[in-house]
Design a protein around this ligand. Sequence first.
Ligand code: NCD
Ligand code: ZN
Length: 360
Amino acid sequence: MQTELILPRPDDMHLHLRDGDMMRAVTPYSSRDFARAIIMPNLVPPVTTLEAATAYRDRILAAVPKGQDFRPMMTLYLTETTTPDEVAAAFASGIVKAVKLYPAGATTNSDSGVKDVRNVMHVLEKMSEIGMPLLVHGEVTSAEIDIFDREAVFIDRVLEPLRRALPDLRIVMEHVTTKDGVDYVRSADSGLAATLTTHHLVLNRNALLAGGIRPHYYCLPVLKRERHRLALRDAAVSGDARFFLGTDSAPHARSAKESPCGCAGMFTAINTMPILASVFEQEGQLDRLADFTSKHGAGFYGLEPTAARLRLVKRAEPLDWPAQIDAGGDEVTVFDPGFPVYWHVADQPGATEEQSHEDI
Ligand code: NCD
Ligand code: ZN
């Protein structure tokens, strides 16, 4: 049995860190295990300019504990008033790596999003020209489309026409949740990739709805049926460089989730790497974890995998994590995968190399 795994320090290519007290509370969990992260711009108000992205990056860096090396890679939130010059200047700065397209009303804080892609074509043309990636929240928002079909309909109605119009535009389908999404990414010759979240690899929609409604398993895109989860796992462990990790760790105050109209998002930053090691082990593909978490995403963004290493060890005792963390007076519930996790990040406090070996 394999009990040790050493990876280039991973990259989280889709992360919500929020701002203020919440950001200061959650950032250390990402910076502890990850080298770099693509930071989502859906603050209130959204991050739409290089100036705002730079200031946000500085606030994040100030929240990284001393001694940890974490690089936030910023994104701009695409609105119908975003200009080609703004995104080009942001990309040229090196601080902003991509632009995020939220269909208006698709998810948390997406009111300023795009109502019709035709209204932002001039910006997308510029991005295509300069090689700047477009990250899409791939769901339509029309009220008449069933929430479980929104990803598949987005592919047909928005993504495929967009890719035909701008074949050189580099696109990431963020948090793909269906077999339709996986198949679509696989069918593309070039320029298209997808992030996969930790939670969609672990849970299907029964976790959310069977035996009682569980608001901490509510996220967007919503959890799907088992056959979709299996397709996502297959993509994650396949070694196909078009699929890489974006946790979509999205903390919300517990009270905002446990509510008659609860917010979407799961907080997974704290235990993602141990859970993913379990998933890849269950699939008999532990050796491919590094591709998924540390190489494919870096490759897409034109980066080298980090020289620093993350060491995971399998121990006899399951990993323990707090049910909630404190975030400036609010509680944030930590993701529970529903199974014991025996993988530990080795250099976490209390899990030194020596202890880890002894415990096995
Ligand atoms: C995200 C959030 O809370 O910001 N929620 C979620 O369920 N994933 C937004 C998003 O990525 O859709
Ligand atoms: Zn997200």
